[in-house]
Design a protein around this ligand. Sequence first.
Ligand SMILES: [Zn+2]
Length: 417
Amino acid sequence: MSRKLDARLQGHGTKFRLHAQPPFLEGYEIPETVWLSPPPGSIQPGPSDHRMYVIDPKEKKDFYEDPFSLPFKGPAHPPAPPCPQGHFDHHGQDSREFRAAHMYGTVRRVLDIWEDYFRGPIPWHFRQTHDRLEMIPWLDWNNAQFGWAFMEAGYGRDGQGNRHAYALNFDVLAHEAGHGLVFSMVGIPSERNITAEYRGFHESASDLVAVLSVLHFEKFLDRLLRKTAGNLYLENMLNRVGELSQTEEIRLASNAYRMRDCIDVRTPVEELSYKQVHSLGEPLTGAFFDILVEIYQNNLVRLGAIPAELNRDSTRNSKLALAGDRLHKQYQDCYAQSPDLFRQALEIARDALGYRLAECWRQLRADHLTYGGVAKTFLTIDRRLSGNCYQNAIIESFRWREIGFGYPRSRKAHEAH
Ligand SMILES: [Zn+2]
């Protein structure tokens, strides 16, 4: 869809430049030009539009605690202006204006992508009290968050202690925007009916928003396929969400965690630590990552890019996939022959998962949410769309993670990672 989306917006939308991955990573130093849905001239200095605006405070040390203090009223840097044609792709990469435009552009792009998957507008969950989202691109804080009508970005540190602005980190911002999207489409449970699984689901869904959104950058997608020769179970850059350096990342989308590795889901929500909530999201994220790869491989076979045996040999269960020199060699040969079919298969899988997740989240209820319920809803939606084509792969992916399908809800309590 990125091709479709960019082609549709080209000449009609507004140009921005975004880094698909943080600029300190090799190969991502130069941002890509993307087209966003608002028509040129409709985005005001800030950037600012009818749904969101950036304010760049001169000094703001603390994160918001009271959303009713919005908008930020302290001294701020001048808003980033558009060029005379209404675009925002002219700001120098090291400027404050670029950082502001990058934050706006990332959130707007995530909305464009997911409003397409949801086949309609995604209203803000805070619309009863605020019309627009306030975005703060720099805060002296080692985190980022999406709160009630605001989003704030601080920084992450790499192993050498260097600070990297999250306003330039597409994954981190897309993850935060994902939280907003889930609040809006799945809803907010009552205090009495919130489950540990709802909290884990939120983190997982936000990671999936980031992973599928980054796959809409053409250069990222091509580079991913080139580096892995199309063998996506290999550890690769798509697996990493919120990358801080070449070797560090916040979470792995392609992880091997099962429910037995997490805290017992019956643990009262108020007792869950930040770390436990995030680790609880990992088996669910991992299941959907595997489903993405299975749909992709299935389409590689259908398009004639790989033989059916190669698809059978490369599953998460298969030792071959992990040991894999011979298997990888086969992928290299196939990829060298038809790179375009690999790209096509990945775009099909990305959008298949995007449309299914959007419909699944729309149908879920926030109260009493369980992973078993998520799996069942997803499976039913897929059956309606594709018959039995992907059903076994989906069931296997959830089973392997010990989600739904007869697995007891309660697990032995383990220490979380
Ligand atoms: Zn989060």
